[in-house]
Design a protein around this ligand. Structure first.
Ligand code: DX5
Ligand code: ZN
Length: 218
């Protein structure tokens, strides 16, 4: 089943509650929360106080995308703040198996993320441990970038691997998912569709989300 995950990075932070609720009315079913540390990616975003506030305005699962060099250190605090799913970057975790275990132990659904230049094959040893695999279709750090077409091959590859290995992880895509790319990513096999600027730009999140979902389901 295809789901839309509005990414709050492109929301208006002064009216975050309203924006999230509008995206939810438009059909968003999981809220994507980007955490950046200014080291792993060249940008800063938000942290635990924002997650706590967000938890009060929606019952939807919160999907945390950790773009930090030391995600393990923050696992307990984010779990406590109300995060439900957490994905960590392959490139940031020298002990990826341990990081995924830690996330699971704290009651969150573990996911792994790969940057555009990282091959899918590197994930094979841990695919059995994850609830979702997140394919970055832009270089992480900013909203509003252009979709990298090669990501479609990685989505297809993950779909084939899932079948071959008899696993059930879900395939998530993040970056440049918009009106002109959403049908392609779904066709390739993505099921969890993160969209930031395509949902929140222009202050019409409800309508944007609805239109994106319609295009995704066609
Ligand atoms: C980028 C973030 C994305 C971002 C996507 O590093 O991980 O979640 O919000 O933004 P769009 O959908 O505008 O490409
Ligand atoms: Zn993200």
């Amino acid at each position: 089943m295809v789901e839309l995950l509005p990414s709050i990075l492109s929301a208006d932070f002064a009216r975050l509650g309203e924006d999230v609720q509008a995206a939810e009315r438009g059909g968003g079913t999981v809220i994507h929360v980007d955490v950046m540390d200014g080291h792993f990616v060249p940008n800063l975003s938000l942290g635990i106080p924002v997650v706590k506030s967000l938890r009060k305005v929606t019952h939807l699962p919160l999907d945390c995308h950790m773009m930090v060099t030391n995600p393990d250190e923050f696992v307990p605090a984010f779990a406590e703040a109300g995060i439900n799913w957490m994905s960590v970057h392959y490139e940031a975790c020298p002990h990826l198996h341990r990081s995924l275990q830690l996330i699971e132990q704290h009651g969150m659904k573990p996911g792994v993320v790969i940057n555009p230049a990282t091959p899918v094959e590197l994930l094979i040893p841990i695919l059995g441990m994850v609830h979702h695999v997140l394919v970055m279709s832009v270089n992480p750090g900013f909203g509003g970038q252009n979709f990298i077409p090669y990501s479609l091959n990685k989505i297809r590859q993950l779909k084939e691997l899932r079948q071959e290995l008899g696993l059930s992880y879900r395939i998530e895509v993040d970056g440049g998912v918009a009106h002109d790319t959403i049908a392609m990513v779904v066709e390739a096999g993505a099921e969890l569709l993160v969209a930031g600027s395509a949902v929140f730009n222009g202050g019409r999140a409800e309508q944007n989300a609805r239109e994106l979902l319609e295009m995704a389901k066609q």
